[in-house]
Design a protein around this ligand. Structure first.
Ligand code: NAD
Length: 469
């Protein structure tokens, strides 16, 4: 065992020893911690975070405020408003056969938790789950991505300033660090990242029967019906696709559009993209960059692969290796075996495919893994209803995209390949809690009538119970 392994184990053991103390903190104490985190994000470290993430992938200040800081602050505010009621014992009804008893559910902390996060929304996806974990009374080790090192360094500073490391600690490091941490017997692991790594995490968790939340990704389809108001749809779609440079788990990955409105769609898409990001998006301060050379090369290979498969570059398609820039790109006539239709794109490239019947749409989507998000644009209620009822997805947004993520009354997560478990609001709190059943016996009750020895009378009583109660 090397020194760092020893350090992780020591840290883990310190949190393990402290977990019952943290687990017994009152809602007021937990709110105090959440307020301190809120202050750090909103005020003390806001500019440092904005600068750090700009250095990492040129993320625009407004997008950092909106999709990193505001989202976590909102999660904190929601937890603060609701924590008292979440922590109350939740009484449940008593069946007549258990007369003389009362029962309730107590949400108790899981214990020592590990949160592993990705690079694409580094603040949001590290501190968001942390809010739920603190609300539920856990101790936490955070392992953010090695790809956004500037942001991770500021987050480490915040955590060190606000918490003792036997309560919350942040470890900066790469895949190896993650793998070492995964060897430890955590009580819960909350992982956000790719489905491939999700499988590795789940395998490691299985060794200790550690529960997992897996927030994964995949290809999220956008279906556009011929009844759609294209102008209105495009406003949302162009924003949702190119936000964070397309590096969003719930970004529209590909479009399925009715053949009759394809040309109108392409023209409107081009116009809106140029309006949002200018004639030369490379100089736009509203357009971030691909996170690193590895992902840049991956995305360029998708564009080149589509070109060799005779796809039409309707917009963009150009790139610059020095600055990891890829232009906002729209591609049509993409063949089914093109990389763009096989892999999660996770970048500013949008392929469009046409359809003529709803069955075609359903067959296509249902032949693939369940998506994290499925979007439908239509002004036809029957079409929308059929799409929702005949497909499966982690979430759906009708006539817009990405907004479902920001309503904390909704659970956020995928299904199977796109994830296991849910985040946000009460659902996040639940994920970091064990719903413990407590039944209390107050009086004798009818149960003693069934205790041994089992006489004929008692047999009749059981028969009657099965039949009537
Ligand atoms: P990733 O899976 O490569 O990495 C995520 C984290 O896992 C990082 O901290 C990394 O250090 C660690 N990791 C990587 N390989 C590992 C291994 N072999 N063993 C142990 N740990 C390992 O994901 P990424 O590239 O950072 O993020 C992109 C992916 O995340 C996309 O698939 C995207 O859809 C998904 N995502 C999902 C959500 C969601 O909320 N569902 C949000 C953002 C991103």
């Amino acid at each position: 065992m090397n020194d760092s392994n020893n350090t992780y184990e020591t840290l883990f053991n310190a949190q393990k020893a402290n977990q019952y103390h943290i687990g017994q903190t009152s809602y007021k104490e937990r709110i105090k911690k959440l307020k301190a985190l809120k202050l750090a994000l909103e005020k003390t470290y806001r500019y440092e975070l904005i600068e750090a993430i700009y250095k990492d992938f040129k993320k625009p200040k407004l997008e950092t405020d909106l999709t990193e800081i505001y989202i976590v602050v909102k999660e904190i505010k929601y937890a603060i408003s609701n924590l008292k009621s979440w922590l109350k014992n939740q009484s449940v009804e008593t069946p007549i056969t258990l007369l003389g008893t009362s029962s309730y559910i107590k949400y108790e902390p899981k214990g020592v938790c590990l949160i592993i996060s990705p690079w694409n929304y580094p603040i949001n996806l590290t501190f968001g789950p942390l809010v739920s974990a603190i609300a539920a009374g856990n101790t936490v080790i955070l392992k953010p991505s090695e790809m956004t090192t500037n942001t991770s360094a500021v987050m480490a500073k915040i955590v060190n300033e606000l918490f003792n490391n036997n309560e919350v600690a942040l470890i900066e490091g790469d895949v190896e660090v993650s793998q070492e941490l995964l060897k430890l017997p955590f009580n819960h692991i909350f992982f956000t990242g790719s489905p491939a790594v999700g499988k590795i995490v789940m395998q490691a968790a299985a060794k200790h029967l550690t529960s997992v939340t897996l927030e994964l990704g995949g290809k999220s389809p956008t279906i556009i019906h011929e009844s759609t108001n294209i102008k209105a749809a495009i406003q949302n779609l162009v924003w949702g696709k190119f936000l964070n440079n397309g590096q969003t788990c719930i970004a529209p990955d590909y479009v399925l559009i009715h053949e009759s409105i394809k040309s109108e769609f392409v023209e409107a898409f081009k116009t809106k993209t140029l309006e949002y990001y200018s004639e030369n998006p490379m100089t736009s301060e509203s357009f971030s960059r691909i996170v690193n050379g590895k992902h840049f090369k991956r995305l360029v290979s998708y564009i080149e692969n589509a070109k060799t498969n005779n796809a039409n570059i309707e917009l963009g398609g150009d790139y610059d290796e020095v600055s990891n820039y890829i232009a906002p790109t729209l591609i049509s006539n993409v063949s089914e075996d093109a990389l763009l239709m096989k892999e999660e794109i996770f970048g500013p490239i949008l392929p469009i495919k046409t359809y003529t019947s709803i069955d075609e749409v359903l067959d296509y989507i249902n032949s693939k893994e369940k998506p994290l998000a499925l979007y439908v644009y239509a002004n036809n209620k029957k079409f929308i209803k059929t799409i929702i009822n005949s497909t499966r997805a982690g979430s759906t947004c009708v006539n817009s995209n990405a907004l479902q993520y920001s309503n904390h009354n909704l659970p956020f997560g995928g299904s199977n390949n796109s994830g296991i478990g849910k985040a946000h609001g009460f659902f996040g709190f639940q994920e970091f809690s064990n719903a413990r059943s407590v039944l209390k016996k107050h009086t004798v009750g009818p149960l003693h009538l069934l205790f041994p020895p089992y006489t004929k009378f008692k047999e009749k009583l059981v028969k009657a119970t099965i039949k009537w109660f």
